[in-house]
Design a protein around this ligand. Sequence first.
Ligand code: NAI
Length: 338
Amino acid sequence: RSIKSLTTSPSAHILRRGYASEAVPLRKVTVLGAAGGIGQPLSLLMKLNPLVSNLALYDIANTPGVAADISHINTRSEVVGYASDAELGKALEGADVVIIPAGVPRKPGMTRDDLFNINAGIVKGLCEAIAKHCPKALVNMISNPVNSTVPIAAEIFKKAGTYDPKRLFGVTTLDVVRAKTFYAGKAMVPVAEVNVPVVGGHAGITILPLFSQATPKANLSDEELTALTKRTQDGGTEVVEAKAGKGSATLSMAYAGAIFADACLKGLNGVPDVIECSFVQSTVTELPFFASRVRLGKNGVEEVLGLGPLSDYEKEGLEKLKPELLSSIEKGIKFATQ
Ligand code: NAI
């Protein structure tokens, strides 16, 4: 895995592409649930990422087809599909980043918490395997309810003696992606320039976009800011209803998941000032887990950044979300420890 060995390999010229003097380190990314609605486009986007050298695609159904298909794309990474429980260990071995979009999605009328009974068990099993086969990997948890699945993962890793809070992330990037898109539309500013932190958790009112800190600045009214906040909080439901029973966000989620995994890889590779919002173990509030801006580095979380100044509306939203978020966190902990 050393950089030195890379320079002697036949594909060293590919690995160095785009970098003047430094080789790009070998990085293995494993996607668990790779053949699903999110898993497929996310695997495609990871195949396009030049920071990835090995892409392991694992699912309990339909993996061979997805892996064969993606493996024909002429980019850096080598793709291997893993199709059964017996192959999960091999899929995880040596992984630097494990992305988990395994589990059932919402149907109209469901909350993310309605997925708990099925997805909690799936996440538990996958995290036990991670603890065994790649305890140092950065885990990107996409499976819902993220507010509970991240605490479940933490407890499973604690039981196995491998827990490192710097390496466990709830992926809330889609909330940020939505907040940026909706803000740009309302504020009439170029979307590519927009930044909006989104804090709290990843379900309904626990999603708290901080539009008072959004840049470029715009003079939006209180009514407009309230509407933007609600639309961001209900963004997932907007997609669930539009898909009318055929699942939840998959394409925008794959994009968001790819952005977050890319940030993790950049951090691991020593790129400075990589900052993304994520749901992590936190002391920013009195809750044990909380989403806020996080600086990523060679060990995962380098620094959990504070909330910054909040408007009165945001302060109120913060107090309102705490009981619901805490109860989802406790539900996850209870499931994993009982
Ligand atoms: P999907 O049903 O299309 O795909 C899920 C995949 O997981 C399937 O291919 C299935 O075979 C696989 N799977 C099930 N059990 C597994 C196991 N034990 N090991 C490996 N793979 C397993 O669902 P979709 O739409 O891809 O959603 C996946 C999850 O992502 C859901 O829990 C959904 O709620 C969540 N999600 C999270 C978002 C976020 O912002 N964090 C946004 C959108 C969805």
